[in-house]
Design a protein around this ligand. Structure first.
Ligand SMILES: C[S@@+](CC[C@H](N)C(=O)[O-])C[C@H]1O[C@@H](n2cnc3c(N)ncnc32)[C@H](O)[C@@H]1O
Length: 263
């Protein structure tokens, strides 16, 4: 994947391709993140969105100007140092939130996580690894751009995005996790706003409603709470998968995930 993203799902197309449907009209991914399932699936037509504007701007740039994005990012990665990292992070938060700066910070930051403080500033420190921050050549960027040519990319809330789903579409839903700690009360943060429990309940209701006309696949931690909330009578497959449940290195624990689908 071009970006590192907490909760990335590249294992779904790799190990559970048989669960992904073959026939559908438009592919919807309203919690895009790194877009791992989209890039694995390579659908003919898609509607991709996320509430993170900087992330969507990166994908728009990748779609429209892959060579320029590659060259700028490559240059930054080649001259990477801790002091350059903090200089670019300051620029990114104040004057230049450009896709190349975003991608550079993403590839070199601690654990590849995206976090913002309450002011909406990206505040992740520099990572510890010294090399191999950028395992790409220009052709990879051109290929990613090719895959995005028939995709609508939008920065929007999941509820707005799902409003456009039509009969025969396929929706892959990967909302922020409930954390296992704190009695499941707190949720992963990807930005200054947190996806709340209320949002999750509303999402479950909307998906139940959409299930009469769309194929839907939901992915989340295999928790009783999740199974009670989503698709009570849908198919469920538990899977053991290494997943981040916190941004800290020691927080990388194997968690059972579950795939819930209505087809
Ligand atoms: C678990 S991640 C998705 C990971 C993705 N499937 C991948 O493979 O990288 C959840 C995503 O939901 C986004 N998000 C959080 N709240 C949202 C909301 N209300 N509407 C849309 N996207 C939201 C976050 O920015 C984050 O990218």
């Amino acid at each position: 994947m071009i970006i590192k993203w907490a909760g990335g799902k590249k294992w779904i197309p790799l190990k559970y391709n048989h669960i992904l449907p073959n026939k559908y009209n438009t592919y919807f991914e309203p919690f895009l993140g790194s877009g791992a399932v989209f890039f694995g699936l390579q659908p003919k037509r898609s509607s991709l969105s996320d509430v993170n504007e900087r992330l969507i701007n990166l994908f728009l740039e990748l779609k429209e100007n892959p060579e320029e994005l590659f060259n700028k990012t490559y240059k930054l990665i080649s001259s990477h140092s801790d002091s350059q990292y903090y200089e670019i992070r300051d620029k990114f938060n104040t004057s230049d939130p450009s896709p190349a700066n975003f991608l550079y910070l993403n590839r070199t930051c601690f654990n590849g996580v995206y976090r913002e403080n309450t002011k909406g500033e990206f505040n992740v420190p520099a990572g510890r690894r010294k090399s191999s921050f950028f395992p790409f050549i220009l052709q990879d960027f051109l290929d990613f751009s090719g895959s995005l040519q028939n995709s609508q990319l939008n920065c929007m809330n999941c509820f707005e995005a799902l409003n456009s789903a039509q009969e025969g579409d396929f929706i892959f839903v990967d909302p922020p996790y409930l954390k296992k700690e704190n009695n499941y009360e707190s949720f992963r943060k990807y930005g200054k706003d947190v996806f709340t429990r209320k949002d999750l309940i509303e999402l479950a209701e909307l998906l139940e409603h959409l299930s009469s006309k769309c194929k839907i696949l939901i992915s989340n931690f295999d928790l009783l709470d999740v199974k009670e909330l989503f698709g009570k009578n849908w198919n469920k497959q538990s899977v053991e998968q290494m997943s981040y449940i916190s941004g800290k290195g020691k927080g990388r624990k194997p968690m059972n995930e579950i795939l819930i689908y209505n087809y």
